[in-house]
Design a protein around this ligand. Structure first.
Ligand SMILES: [Cu+2]
Length: 126
């Protein structure tokens, strides 16, 4: 029966190894970050390029933790959402927020060039 036990132990070790590295998103940072204990149930990706956001209007659900994520596809842009305490740029590209129903103004928060002032969009929360 020695070989059977060996097989059991081997598979147990394998399971432990697999579950050890697969868990959670951004596992290494989760432990040290206490500022944002929430877990987002939705994600909104906003893509920025010279000089616009990829949509004129974004919609997210109200009263729901949503991770707002900024992706710079071209150039260096920021994302600020008025009234939602969101200010993203290259140093910090995502934030989890829970917003009340309404329409929020989004704009670029970095003076990025000639089209900077045109970089606006709407965030509809409903
Ligand atoms: Cu800008």
């Amino acid at each position: 029966m020695r070989s059977k036990w060996a097989a059991l132990l081997t598979s147990a070790a394998l399971v432990a190894a697999l579950s050890g590295c697969g868990g959670g998103n951004g596992g290494d940072k989760a432990a040290s970050s206490s500022a944002e204990p929430q877990t987002a149930s939705e994600q909104l990706v906003v893509k920025a390029s010279n000089w616009k956001f990829d949509q004129e209007e974004y919609t997210i659900p109200k009263d729901t933790p949503v991770e707002i994520k900024l992706v710079n596809e071209e150039g260096a842009h920021g994302l600020q959402i008025k009234g939602a305490d969101v200010k993203l740029s290259n140093g910090k590209t995502s934030k989890i927020v829970t917003l009340k129903e309404g329409t929020y103004e989004m704009k670029c928060s970095i003076v990025c060039g000639t089209g900077h002032l045109a970089m606006t969009a709407k965030l509809v929360v409903k």
